[in-house]
Design a protein around this ligand. Structure first.
Ligand code: KG4
Ligand code: ZN
Length: 364
């Protein structure tokens, strides 16, 4: 197996193919622990999936095959680096759509083998979780709220490879709930930005439930909110423009209330677990972190409990390969490398010891 470098600057190539973004990036991790982004390329497959109203796994995997080699070459040329300057190759090995994962992992392994470089199998959730180390130089520990199309989790990030899951969703992910709300209201895909835009013209006056509010464990449940929205929409049919805007505003308000409440509870549990002297920082990552209403509500909730709110820039909150390269570099610096036989994993929890959330479905 390729040797692990001693303490020095490390340059890592990262590959991301777990969903519908094909991405390649290069980062340098200086011996001090500081991160420098050298190239960050993302090709969204949005247009390929839009007509289906969601990601089609086979189409995604095929598109990754077609795009990836070229993207890696572009990342190298943008960073003006040659292969001899690369110290490791990292790819998202899970969780995600298995066909896409295999494309990225196999490509990374082939490069590692051909160039005699270490291979690092990166957990996609860990890549999101470690991003503030790259963007803000944030040290451990901190609290992470990860809200994307596939994940809704609250985690204590204690160190690389050391996580405590405080909360998860029992059913739909937050972004998925926005996407489903948009679909049932006839808005475009992806639904989150469409719902947010439409909500600006609406009044949040329609009563919708706030599932799990006030519960002691900071889990989420969003399927009931979506069902309630469907009932309210049916009552108003045929829907006029103002109805749709009011439904969007009401839905967004309910979702934001739930997330602030659950995150507030997680901040209490974080302090209980780590003590009052632990660094109080709340990091928000994932595509839904782009939502302005959510950002404002979380800023309020964080300030109330004395937490600093850390929001990585939008392009590093949504799926990207810079976070994969960075997670790879963090692992490589600690000698955590993987065998070329390491598998791709559709499911790969960050905290395997977390007690299952009662009633949790497939997403937990
Ligand atoms: O992290 P991401 O780009 O991809 C993964 O799911 O991994 O997140 C995409 C999700 C989609 O569900 C999208 O509707 C949601 O993030 N989203 C938003 C907003 N922008 C993106 N949800 C609410 N408001 C937004 N402004
Ligand atoms: Zn993601």
């Amino acid at each position: 197996m390729a040797t692990v470098p001693e303490k020095r600057d490390l340059v890592v190539l990262g590959i991301e193919t777990s969903c519908d973004e094909t991405a390649a990036a290069l980062v340098r991790r200086e011996a001090s622990g500081k991160g420098v982004l050298l190239a960050n390329l993302v090709r969204s497959q949005l247009a390929l999936h839009a007509e289906f109203g969601g990601v089609v796994p086979e189409i995604a995997a095929r598109a990754h095959v077609e795009l990836l080699d070229r993207l890696i070459a572009e990342a190298l040329s943008e960073s003006r680096l040659g292969w001899e300057e690369i110290d490791g190759v990292a790819a998202t090995a899970g969780p995600g759509l298995i066909g896409g994962l295999i494309v990225g992992v196999t490509t990374a392994k082939a490069i590692a083998l051909a160039r005699g470089l270490p291979f690092i199998a990166v957990n996609h959730l860990e890549a999101h979780a470690l991003t503030p180390g790259l963007t803000h130089g944030l040290r451990f520990p901190y609290l992470l709220l990860l809200v994307s199309g596939g994940h809704t989790q609250l985690l204590i990030v204690k160190d690389v490879g050391s996580y405590t899951r405080l909360g998860t969703t029992l059913d739909d992910a937050l972004g998925e709930a926005f996407d489903k709300a948009a679909k049932l209201l006839g808005l475009s895909y992806p639904g989150g930005p469409a719902v947010e835009e439409c909500a600006k013209r609406g009044r949040a006056t329609i009563a919708l439930p706030r599932p799990m509010l006030g519960r002691s464990e900071p889990h989420f449940s969003l399927a009931g909110l979506k069902t309630a929205l469907r009932h309210e929409a049916m009552k108003r049919e045929p829907l006029g423009k103002q109805d749709v805007a009011d439904l969007c505003a009401s839905f967004q308000e309910a979702a934001v209330d739930v997330v602030s409440d659950r995150t507030g509870r997680a901040m209490e549990l974080y302090v209980d677990a780590l003590g009052p002297d632990a660094q109080k920082a709340l990091v928000v990552a994932g595509g839904v972190a782009a939502n302005q209403r959510l950002r404002a509500a979380l800023a309020g909730a964080a300030a109330e409990q004395g937490f600093a709110l850390i929001l990585p820039p939008a392009e590093l909150c949504t799926d990207n390969a810079a976070m994969v390269a960075w997670a790879g570099a963090e692992r490589l610096a600690r000698g955590l490398v993987d065998d070329l036989a390491a598998p791709s994993r559709a499911r790969w929890p960050l905290d395997p010891d977390a007690a299952p959330a009662i009633g949790a479905g497939v997403k937990a």
